[in-house]
Design a binder for this molecule. Structure first.
Ligand code: IVH
Length: 686
């Protein structure tokens, strides 16, 4: 057997000449890479850990003696990286796209037939792969040597996380080829390592990660690679963009084999599929396997095997047309509805929220679920004390899907929405055309606190350190009565608040100070004007350039702007017409908060996802998975518009349950009607 220290060759590193040192180093690199591969990719170690460590030690020692012999593919690159202060941006060779999702077998059949039709072919080969629930990364190799790797980012540009990727031992530093290429894959953390990591976190008194995906994400975005090194990340790769010195490949299946040859870890469950029935059974098999796999998967991916066909079909701006993700249905869990709380939002809308016995659902602990409004509450027929089934709508928002009425004991209590505001006790009103009850008292404490929270939130002024708890403290202590007061806070008064030390007080004042320079659109969005979200704020800032210009605009002028309808215009007029608003703006102005657009502010068109730009939706009925507000936000976030009634300009009517007359009108007008799942597909919602 090989002697780890190389002494068998009768030579200590100090006595070697440079030439033989270079030779020995090359040998060590190759040996270490091979053993690394056996251990981390093939799961078949051929030497003991101690022997491996000895090889590594020898390499490190020699590299210390001959620093100019250190190469980019040296395994020493994996150890001892220094912490970064910030991430660099990296542009991807080709955009990193997402995948179109289907949630049912029928939808998969439909996708399959559509592709067959488009390609005018009856017979199509596919590759099935598990959909790993981790984070997409791109890896750049030049002449066979790993150069750098990045996160997905916005798909075009990601963050350079090379230092963290180097801690992944299954990532080869040198390929078995002089290939220059970008390789994509998914970084994940195994269930076992996730549990270990969380145990460790809990021991250290730190909050545990909600799920393995979050743990992997948090680890990849660490600035200090030493921290990442303690979080055993792993990687499966699944695509290859060859730039130079590659191998001619005709199919995706060949690509996967080639990636294996290059020594990457390719998922062992990938499989070649020749027809729709096999595709369906592959998806079922993956679903059955789901709980047994040592890592989390959230679906199966089907890709057309022939690369020529892939090219022919191409991609939309979001996803390739030649692939589809069959998403496993969101897991369900049963739990008890302990109580129903009534929340008052910043616009006074009053929502019932179910307080649940905490339960693990699709990887995270769920304690609350929105019941949206009184109608939904009645329709579901929930009572306090009921056992309920919950799931995650769109895999994110917990929702009650079923009440187990057969399990009732007779001790359950009915719930009625209160007649008065739980915060200020004023009567609640139901405005015409609205399902929500509202508190119309502008001085209602709950609303004021919510407005402070909104003002400071990411969609608003992004004031670090000012979250829910502090907003409440600031209000109840009397220090802040409205958002204008935030900019007059003094360190000494802040320090008197509970849990507020000198340092946190200073940090808060600093983030407040910083927020004064925010672009105008952030300020507009932060004011929390009804119907004025991030996108509308940008449009308004672009058009008016100053806050006073916007405040002085007439309703007609506002309505004349593209994408601004009478509802938004009226809401803006109402907001700026109030004496209260004038007082707050005066305070903000006096404090030096920026009221003007700057030449550098991002124009509306170029930022974010504008896939629904110019498309008008009308909503009718109740959507099973989304509240209206959520649906509206999702549409507007992508540049789409919501109109109140069906007209010539309507592109789609999104119809939920119990739709109103708008549906009939849409049919008559020949407007395309979408169900919730059509809509999700259209938007590639998860
Ligand atoms: S293919 C251009 N294959 O899922 C094709 N993606 O929801 C894009 N993912 O961004 C990716 N396992 O991060 C592909 N076997 C697999 C995958 C996979 C997980 C992730 C990937 C992608 C996301 C889309």
């Amino acid at each position: 057997m090989l002697h780890p220290r190389g002494v068998a060759r009768g030579c200590s590193p100090e006595l070697m000449n440079k030439e033989s040192a270079a030779e020995r180093l090359a040998e060590l690199r190759a040996q270490i890479a091979r053993h690394n591969y056996n251990y981390h990719v093939l799961d078949d170690p051929k030497i003991s850990d101690a022997t491996f460590d000895a090889l590594m030690q020898e390499l490190l020692q020699m590299e210390k003696l001959y620093p100019d012999l250190v190469t980019l593919d040296s395994p020493s690159r994996r150890v001892g990286g220094t912490p970064l202060t910030a991430f660099q941006q990296v542009r991807h060779v080709q955009p990193l796209l997402s995948l179109e999702n289907v949630f049912t077998e029928d939808a998969l059949r439909e996708f399959y037939r559509r592709i067959q039709k488009n390609l005018h072919t009856g017979k199509l080969s596919w590759v099935g792969e598990p959909k790993i629930d981790g984070l997409a990364v791109s890896l750049y190799y030049e002449e066979g040597v790993f150069q750098r790797g990045a996160t997905r980012g916005d798909g075009y540009q990601g963050e350079d996380i090379t230092h963290n990727l180097l801690t992944i031992h299954s990532l080869p530093l040198r390929l078995k080829s002089q290939l220059t290429a970008e390789i994509r894959g998914e970084v994940f953390i195994s269930r076992e390592n996730f549990l270990k990591l969380n145990e460790q976190k809990i021991r250290q008194g730190l909050p545990p990660f909600a799920n393995p995906r979050n743990a992997a994400a948090g680890s990849l975005r660490q600035l200090d690679p030493k921290v990442t090194a303690e979080r055993p990340l792993d990687l499966f790769v699944f695509s290859l963009i060859q730039i130079r010195e590659g191998k001619p490949l005709a199919t995706h299946w060949e690509t996967l084999q080639y990636l294996r040859e290059l020594r990457f870890k390719v998922n062992p469950h990938v499989s070649l599929i020749s027809d729709l029935e096999e595709a369906l059974s592959f998806c079922r098999r993956m679903n059955d396997l789901r709980d047994e796999l040592p890592y989390e998967i959230d679906g199966a991916v089907l890709k057309i095997d022939d690369l020529g066909f892939q090219q022919q079909l191409g991609s939309t701006s979001r996803a390739p047309r030649w692939a589809v993700a069959f998403k496993f249905s969101a897991e369900k869990a049963s739990t008890r509805l302990e109580d129903i709380e009534v929340n008052v939002g910043r616009t006074g809308a009053v929502t019932p929220v179910a307080k649940l016995t905490p339960v693990l659902l699709a990887g995270s602990v769920v304690k609350r679920a929105s019941l949206h409004n009184e109608d939904v509450l009645r329709e579901k027929g929930v009572m306090i004390g009921d056992e309920v089934i919950i799931h995650k709508a769109g895999d994110i928002i917990p929702e009650i899907v079923q009440v187990l009425k057969e399990k009732r004991t007779g001790r359950e209590k009915p719930f009625f929405m209160p007649a008065s505001c739980p915060s200020c006790q004023r009567d609640l009103k139901r405005l015409p055309g609205e399902v929500a009850l509202r508190c119309l008292n502008p001085a209602c404490p709950a609303q004021l606190i919510e407005r402070i929270i909104h003002f400071a939130s990411r969609g608003g002024m992004e004031i670090a350190g000012l979250g829910e708890a502090l907003a409440e403290q600031l209000y109840t202590s009397g220090l802040v009565k409205d958002i204008g007061d935030l900019y007059y806070l003094q360190k000494e008064e802040l320090k008197k608040l509970e849990r507020m030390g000198e340092k946190s007080a200073e940090n808060l004042l600093e983030s407040l100070q910083k927020s004064k320079k925010n672009p105008l659109h952030k300020l507009i969005a932060a004011l929390g004007i009804r119907f004025v979200g991030e996108r509308v704020s940008r449009l308004l800032a672009d058009h008016f350039q100053t806050l006073s210009g916007l405040a002085a605009a007439t309703e007609d002028e506002l309505c004349g702007l593209a994408e601004i309808g009478p509802r938004i215009a009226a809401s803006l007029r109402e907001f700026f017409g109030q004496e209260e608003t004038r007082r707050i703006l005066e305070k903000l102005n006096r404090a030096g908060v920026n009221f003007r657009a700057q030449p550098g502010d991002m124009p509306t068109e170029v930022e974010g996802d504008n896939s629904l730009q110019g498309i008008t939706f009308v909503l009718t009925g109740t959507l099973p998975k989304y509240s209206r507000r959520e649906a509206k936000e999702i549409i507007e976030a992508r540049g789409g518009r919501i109109a109140g009634s069906v007209s010539r300009n309507t592109d789609y009517v999104l119809a939920g349950e119990n739709p109103g007359s708008k549906l009939q009108k849409a049919r008559e007008a020949g407007v395309k009607i979408l169900t919730e799942s059509d809509w999700e597909r259209l938007l590639y919602l998860p």
